[in-house]
Design a binder for this molecule. Structure first.
Ligand code: ADP
Ligand code: ADP
Length: 232
């Protein structure tokens, strides 16, 4: 079954006289349990597509469904809530809050979701242990390596048990050893049933996917299915 559905979705940017179709009439399903990789040259619309999936951005036309929700019918407030509860975002630049410890960064989405302190602390510790950072929970981002920061970001993305993990060039700022560790974590999460969507231009990252979509000029131009898609 589909977790995310795009029906004829377009996102247009206007720069003076120029009209850029960043995402051009895309129809696409993300299936429950699949590991989807989105590839394509710089400027082909990968990030815009991922931002639309994560409700960080709204389309100019077409319909997007996240779970049972039709995104265009939601208020901004409701959309913010869906984003916090249903989407786990992992960025190239980690996007951790520098003044907070690893533990506090992971707790943050749970604070927004109204989870009580004792429960969210317990969950944050479990998640940091899951990503192998049990002995770094009170460190701040500046005291961590890039790979460790990305692990904190993954733990944060998992905090509210999201429907899907969306990752934009998650290894783009990491050395190859740290990058491999991050990919291994994604693979384990996928084996445990998580749906994962990764944007990359690194073929090594794409290796992990069940399905690879290639974009060009805002359009999906081809797709490769590597193994059975999803688990439902
Ligand atoms: P990719 O992730 O594949 O590099 P993007 O989704 O970032 O591609 O960009 C797709 C196209 O949309 C590019 O032409 C880019 O310049 C343009 N674009 C992206 N974001 C904006 C923006 N905020 N304002 C104007 N143009 C944008
Ligand atoms: P509130 O804080 O007002 O109780 P929630 O944040 O729990 O609301 O959810 C807002 C709306 O979205 C509610 O109508 C709820 O039923 C619905 N909702 C929240 N999460 C899900 C989900 N995972 N699947 C389906 N509906 C959901």
């Amino acid at each position: 079954s589909a977790i995310i559905k795009f029906e004829n979705v377009s996102k247009i940017y206007r720069m003076g006289e120029n009209v850029i179709k960043a995402v051009d009439n895309v129809t696409l399903n993300v299936e429950k349990g699949e590991y989807l990789v989105i590839m394509g040259p710089s400027g082909s619309g990968k990030s815009t597509l991922l931002h639309l999936m994560g409700c960080l951005d709204k389309p100019d036309s077409g319909e997007i469904y996240i779970g049972d929700f039709q995104v265009s019918k939601l208020s901004d407030r409701h959309l913010a809530r869906i984003r916090n509860k249903m989407i786990g975002f992992v960025f190239q630049q980690f996007n951790l809050l520098p003044k907070l410890t690893a533990l506090e960064n992971v707790e943050l989405p749970m604070i927004y979701a109204g989870i009580l302190k004792k429960e969210r602390r317990k969950k944050a510790l479990e998640l940091l242990e899951l990503v192998g950072l049990k002995d770094r929970v009170h460190h701040k981002p500046t005291q961590l390596s890039g790979g460790q920061m990305q692990k904190v970001a993954i733990a944060r993305a998992l905090a509210n048990d999201p429907l899907v993990i969306l990752a934009d060039e998650p290894t783009g700022n990491l050395d190859s050893k740290s990058g491999s560790e991050i990919l291994k974590i994604f693979e384990q999460l996928n084996e445990n049933g998580y749906t994962i969507v990764v944007v990359t231009h690194d073929p090594e990252v794409a290796e992990c996917g069940d399905r690879i979509i290639h974009m060009r000029d805002g359009k999906i131009v081809s797709q490769e299915v590597r193994i059975g898609v999803g688990n439902v």
